[in-house]
Design a protein around this ligand. Structure first.
Ligand code: MG
Ligand code: MG
Length: 272
């Protein structure tokens, strides 16, 4: 069942999303060669708790297994759900940080792929295309369209640029629960899936691979990696469907303020 949110609920979700956006920027300050991914996790957890929130992923249960950390930190060929640990970041790495927060009964959820220093032109293009695909999807989140319009727009942009969208993991509704109906795939066709209505709050989150779309799960039971070892990128916003179109409730603005303009995906310096 898809829960339509009241304005009061949308403001609660917005507050949680705002804290996620500030947390991602706080983490971004610490991304550098030589840093262990568990250090980023500690920064995020402390920041969230200082601001009255709870890490949404820590203890999150899937099939009897509990996720052990505040952030998902996924490096290079890791797509999503990487567990922060002893891994040391190296110059040129792609680091996808996914953060979820519970604040006063409502959830926020957002992800951003950072570069450690600088990286190859092809990796930079991967990040740019994934970022652009997110906004292509968001543009389609208008009343009368379906969830399929979102996925189709994301898939078209990604494949036109020679990359592939992950099929096994999808976006989702969000609100009183971290993951709600409907699933929001990053592929599909216009007209497929539930019809979009004002008051729906959706996490739209393209995961894009340089090589094959196929993925596998590491032995740790969580970390999703590309089947061919190619690098992957991930961006995520929470939006609310409004009569006049999608309104974005999460924000990359704090990250944008922090990073040098030349390290931002194309178009971002212009202010999303
Ligand atoms: Mg997320
Ligand atoms: Mg999500």
């Amino acid at each position: 069942m898809i829960a339509l949110k009241s304005e009061w609920e949308i403001e609660r979700i917005r507050a949680a999303c705002e804290l996620v956006g500030r947390t991602l920027a706080e983490v971004a300050r610490h991304i550098a060669p030589g840093v262990r991914t568990r250090e980023l996790d500690a920064v995020a957890e402390a920041y969230i708790r200082e601001h009255g929130g709870k890490p949404a992923f820590k203890g999150y249960q899937v099939g009897g297994r509990r996720f052990p950390a505040t952030l998902c930190v996924s490096v290079n060929e890791e797509v999503v759900h990487g567990i922060p640990g002893d891994r040391v970041l190296a110059y040129g790495d792609l680091v996808s940080i996914d953060c979820g927060v519970l604040l006063e009964g409502y959830y926020g959820d957002s992800a951003y792929t950072f570069v450690v220093g600088d990286t190859s032109p092809e990796n930079r293009r991967l990040i740019q295309v994934t970022y652009e695909a997110l906004y292509r999807g968001i543009e389609q989140a208008v009343p009368g369209h379906t969830v399929g319009h979102i996925g189709a727009a994301i898939q078209a942009h990604v494949e036109a640029n020679g990359f592939q969208v992950v099929r096994d993991l999808v976006g989702h509704g969000v609100g009183r629960h971290l993951h709600e109906d409907p699933p929001v795939p990053n592929y599909g066709r216009p007209g497929q899936g539930p019809r979009l209505m004002p008051g729906m709050t959706l996490a739209i989150e393209p995961m894009v691979n340089r090589g094959t779309w196929k993925v596998r799960t590491r032995k740790d039971g969580w970390t999703i990696v590309t089947a061919d070892g190619s690098p992957s990128a991930h961006f995520e916003h929470v939006i609310v469907v409004r009569n006049e179109g999608a309104e974005i409730l999460t924000t990359f603005a704090y990250i944008t303020q922090l990073l040098a303009p030349e390290s931002l995906p194309y178009g971002q310096a212009a202010g999303h």
